[in-house]
Design a protein around this ligand. Structure first.
Ligand code: NAP
Length: 244
């Protein structure tokens, strides 16, 4: 039987590229999406082009009941989840002095609580199978901090602590848990930045460019593969050398 990967927030950006990259590797894909739109249909079509099965599962990762339901849908269809990629994430940037409580809470709820909600519902199946890979998408700012991103940085730092603790809990069952900390990657999330800001950011990146979603997806492919079987509890930076 083939392997199954669940990718959250997989209709666009980094999540979409991760889903396509794993499909190319032969994984059947459980594709979590929040919003039903043309981007979802395009992503499904692209994945099906690699002759693997794709199961779209709707759900807001910040809603525990949604996660419980869609993980069950995946198990009913595929019977297993070998790789979980917690990718869904949002930003609501603002200096703390002007940040609304709801904007702090919403970012924590989607990015950090969402990672808990999905992982909590998947982990029992991996424990029973005595194998699994969990790959959590953190961020460079979860390690370095960033002005205007107290909510986002806290959520991404939380994901790192969550991942290291879980890695220790489940290592004896052959389940590896790692984080990827991307730097500035060209997606809708960073498209909101002005061109001058992007140029300034690129100037300060040692490799002198923003990253692409594929740069992150390549590392997911490695962490999902047997080539990374002796790596757990780590944070792999994919940031062109921003943080050394
Ligand atoms: P993006 O282009 O904004 O895409 C985010 C994806 O997450 C969308 O598919 C979105 O679905 C989904 N999503 C958002 N909230 C959700 C929820 N509550 N439940 C389910 N899905 C939800 O972002 P991206 O740049 O690809 O970022 C992907 C991940 O990488 C995020 O965790 C982000 O924090 C992290 N990251 C990105 C960068 C960067 O520079 N781009 C850097 C470091 C880390 P909808 O279409 O429904 O909104």
């Amino acid at each position: 039987m083939g392997k199954v990967a669940l990718v959250t927030g997989a209709t666009r950006g980094i999540g979409k590229q991760i889903a396509i990259t794993l499909a190319k590797e032969g994984y059947d894909i459980a594709l979590n999406y929040r919003t039903d739109n043309d981007e979802l249909k395009n992503t499904i079509n692209e994945i099906e082009g690699y002759c693997v099965k794709v199961l779209p599962v709707q759900g807001d990762v910040s809603n525990y009941d949604d996660c419980e339901r869609f993980v069950k849908e995946i198990i009913d269809e595929f019977g297993q989840i070998d790789v979980l990629v917690n990718n869904a994430g949002i930003t609501k940037d603002m200096l703390l002095m002007r940040m609304k409580k709801e904007d702090f809470e919403q970012v924590i709820d989607v990015n950090l609580v969402g990672t808990f909600n999905v992982t909590k519902n998947v982990i029992n199946y991996m424990l029973k199978a005595r194998t699994g890979r969990i790959i959590n998408i953190s961020s460079v700012v979860g390690v370095s901090g960033n002005a205007g991103q107290t909510n986002y940085s806290a959520s991404k730092a939380g994901i790192i602590g969550f991942s290291k603790s879980l890695a220790k809990e489940v290592a004896s069952r052959n389940i590896n848990v790692n984080c990827i900390a991307p730097g500035f990657i060209q997606t809708d999330m960073t498209a909101v930045l002005k061109d001058e800001v992007k140029e300034e950011i690129a100037k300060n990146i040692p490799l002198k460019r923003m990253g692409e979603a594929q740069d992150v997806a390549n590392v997911v492919k490695f962490l999902a593969s047997s080539d990374s079987s002796y790596i757990t509890g780590q944070v792999i930076h994919v940031d062109g050398g921003m943080l050394m």
